[in-house]
Design a protein around this ligand. Structure first.
Ligand code: PLP
Length: 370
């Protein structure tokens, strides 16, 4: 019988995620599966929680991995904190900001949106004006907007919100472990991420953390959390050290993968990891500008791990991406929405953020263009 998996190629993942996985993480995934209440697995769970808190820059007790991809992190953040009719402000400048609007609207929130052009950051002044005019239960923003490659001012928005009653929800799916994320210093109440970007674990786990203030809102809700699987009141009973009440069967081997990817990041050192991302990013920008290619995003707002490049006139970006994939075994991402056909998105995430990978990509593009 033909096994399709025998034909899976080792593609260099330089798109918007998933990112390349380190051999140690692949090894971790194939360790023997333990029971989800096994005492040794519980030790692993405790260390995952502690290490997640370190990379998120938080002392929050409620810091756990959610079973599911980054979108499960987003759902968990909103479904637990929103109650019917709550006023929510979303600061949006791309696909994932728009997804927040959709998720919050489906939960019956009264959603207000401050939109910014794709490719530009959220304006702190406009956000400040909006917050003067209205009071919100929740203000939400994406830190690193993967659809455009824009870095949003997470610390500054936190400063605006710290003296208000609004909960601050921040999406750090793409930024976590590729650049500083400081949940406590930035006064973030709920922050979630995904395993498949700068953590370099396969997709399937979403780290999340809740401040005491956010947990207070969740435990004092007038109505039950409308989603059983993602209800933090139930999940914490499994993840809290004292209780360990069965909720759902944890994805054991995925959690081994997360454990190992956190281990790898912390062993290298967060600062060193950030520097490696910066160096790879700088080399890419230098190489592309030598070729005369321009970036979509102005320099101060560029993400190191997600580079959006304008495709010069006369180059068929779809054909370019197809040849990179088929001939050179390199994946890069397409543009989304209005940017489709106009840009390519080059991810330098986690284990993939290396200068040698940048050189391999640039050489491949140059050969194709010849
Ligand atoms: N938020 C951001 C900023 C993302 O980049 C992504 C995925 O690319 C998501 C949320 C959703 O994550 P997932 O596709 O893992 O569900």
């Amino acid at each position: 019988m033909d096994n399709l998996l025998d034909r899976v190629q080792n593609v260099l993942l330089l798109g918007p995620g998933p990112s390349p996985v380190a051999p140690s993480t692949y090894q971790a995934l194939s360790r023997p599966t333990l029971g989800h209440l096994d005492p040794f697995f519980i030790e692993i769970m405790d260390e995952i929680k502690a290490n997640l808190a370190i990379v998120l820059g938080t002392k929050n007790t409620f810091t756990i991995p959610i079973s599911g991809t980054g979108s499960a992190g987003m759902e968990t953040a909103f479904v637990n904190t929103i109650e019917q009719g709550d006023r929510v402000l979303v600061l949006a400048n791309g696909v994932f900001g728009n997804r927040m609007i959709d998720v919050a609207t489906r939960l019956g929130a009264d959603v207000d949106v401050l939109n910014f052009p794709w490719g530009q950051p959220v304006s702190i002044d406009q956000a400040a004006d909006k917050l003067k005019q209205n009071q919100y239960k929740i203000v939400a923003m994406v830190h690193a907007e993967t659809s455009t490659g824009v870095l949003n001012p997470a610390r500054e928005i936190g400063d605006l919100l710290k003296s208000t009653d609004s909960l601050y929800l921040l999406d750090c799916v793409t930024s976590l472990c590729g650049m500083p994320v400081e949940v406590d210093n930035w006064h973030v109440d709920v922050c979630y991420s995904g395993s498949q970007k700068c953590l370099s674990c396969p997709p399937g786990i979403a780290p999340i953390t809740f401040s005491d203030r956010a947990m207070e809102k969740i435990t004092n809700r007038a109505s039950k959390v409308p989603n059983w699987y993602l209800d933090m009141n139930l999940l914490t009973a499994y993840w809290a050290s004292a209780s360990r009440v069965y909720h759902h069967t944890a994805p054991i081997n995925m959690l081994y993968g997360l454990y190992q990817s956190l281990y790898n990041v912390l062993e290298e050192g967060l600062e060193q990891v950030f520097l490696r991302h910066q160096k790879a990013h700088a080399r890419l920008i230098a190489g592309l500008s030598e070729m005369g290619w321009e970036m979509l995003v102005a320099e101060p707002y560029r993400l190191p791990m997600l580079n959006t490049v304008k495709v010069p006139q006369g180059i068929d970006e779809k054909a370019l991406r197809a040849r990179l994939r088929d001939q050179y075994l390199i994946e890069v991402g397409s543009g989304l929405g209005d940017l489709a056909g106009k840009v390519i998105r080059i991810g330098l995430m986690g284990y993939g953020a290396k200068e040698e990978n940048v050189d391999r990509l640039l050489k491949a593009i140059q050969e194709i263009l010849k």
